[in-house]
Design a protein around this ligand. Structure first.
Ligand code: SAM
Length: 368
């Protein structure tokens, strides 16, 4: 395949803001890198095939502060190229993007669609939308950038031939399907609370349903409104928790938390279960599961070289037991990789996930 940089017709640098954010091991958060004071470092970040964090904490934290949560980024260039290829835009297509961010992808979409006027990009954050409009204008592109809630699409310019989301979803908004022409395509990073996620390409059908297959691993930030949240059990809750010991080995626990192994499947089978993993030091790793809705949590403390690990669980759900059962299902189902799954969204909004074919015996509806 052609190198990613040859498939991207618009340079990235003019779209990157003067302050970007990087992991800061000293604070465990994110620290600003300024073009003005750290030009070479800023430029190195811009030219790497890596995502760049362009906003933290929905803009509440500014240069000099410690960022806690990335809230906008310019995606990894090779991934941008792969997503544009998956979207299969033809000249003259009308395209809707959700998540304008820096505006770089909107420029690339405008190039591929042939006429910028046929591209609409929706950004929920007014400051980001303004900056993107300015960067696009300076670069000579004129797509319509709308400040709005992207899960509602943008009805005035519908129907679209192509819809692309650059923030991830666990539920495909009804509006995107309704605003896409029959035979049109929706490409979105799709994941569950447990595993975030796979690129899904859905074809929209005459009857108002949409279906398609899952593909490569993509880890995007969630659309606002579908963000995931976790619990932080205090000492009393720690003492109240059930304590058991897992019979799984360290290698199996790795399987259970890795996307290409069982994590994607577990996420599809265990709803509302947010997974976090943290390496405490070289020998200790903490796996945590959280269901904010029911107030249930579980923790597994891994120790390098041990054969079994302590599990703590509290709340109406026994999340670790559910995850363990889903892992057994994955083993019995011949360890399916993520790209064996597909998704059908029915006109009533039901999300049906299937293995290999839409009518497979292995299909089930996802709880929202
Ligand atoms: C990964 S960034 C997008 C990158 C962008 N396409 C680019 O070329 O720079 C995700 C963006 O989605 C936006 N976003 C999140 N939730 C949204 C929503 N509900 N509606 C519209 N935009 C949203 C975020 O503010 C963020 O700017």
């Amino acid at each position: 395949m052609t190198e990613w940089n040859e498939r991207l017709s618009v340079p990235r640098e003019p779209f990157i803001p003067p302050v970007v954010w990087v992991d800061d091991p000293a604070t465990g958060g994110f620290a600003a890198v300024s073009r003005e004071t750290e030009g070479p470092r800023w430029r190195e970040l811009v030219n790497a095939d890596e995502p760049i964090i362009t906003q933290v904490d929905d803009g509440r934290t500014t240069s000099g502060g410690v960022g806690l949560q990335p809230s906008s980024s310019c995606s990894q260039p090779s991934l941008v190229a792969n997503m544009l290829d998956a979207l299969d835009i033809r000249q003259g297509h009308r395209v809707l993007e959700i998540g304008t961010g820096t505006g770089w992808n909107a420029a690339l979409l405008s190039d591929r669609a042939g006429q910028a006027e046929r591209v609409v990009s929706v950004e929920v954050d007014p400051h980001l939308a303004d900056s993107a409009r300015q960067a696009l204008k300076a670069a000579g592109y004129t797509p319509l950038v709308v400040t709005a809630e992207g899960t509602e699409g943008y009805p005035p310019e519908a129907p679209y031939d192509r819809v692309i989301a650059t923030a991830s979803i666990h539920t495909v908004p009804r509006a995107w399907i309704e605003q896409t022409r029959p035979c049109g395509l929706i490409v979105a990073p799709w994941g569950t609370d447990y595993c975030n996620g796979a690129l899904v390409g859905l074809e929209v059908h005459e009857n108002g349903s949409a279906s398609g297959r899952c593909g490569m691993n993509v880890a995007f930030m969630r659309v606002r409104g579908q963000r995931r949240y976790f619990l932080d059990p205090d000492e009393v809750e720690q003492l109240q928790a059930d304590r058991t010991t897992t019979v799984r080995s360290g290698a199996e626990l790795f399987d259970m938390t890795a996307f290409p192994r069982a994590a994607f499947t577990i996420g599809l089978r265990v709803p509302h279960c947010y997974l976090t993993t943290e390496d405490l030091d070289d020998d200790h790793r903490m796996i945590e599961l959280h269901d904010v809705r029911s107030g249930s949590w579980a923790q597994v403390a891994m120790v390098r070289g041990a054969d079994s690990f302590e599990v703590r669980q509290l709340g109406p759900r026994r999340l670790w037991d559910e995850v363990d059962a889903a892992y057994s299902w994955w083993l019995h189902a011949d360890s399916p990789a993520p790209d064996r799954y597909g998704l059908t969204v029915a006109p009533d909004g039901t999300h049906m996930v299937w293995l290999d074919t839409p009518n497979s015996d292995n299909r089930w509806s996802l709880a929202h």
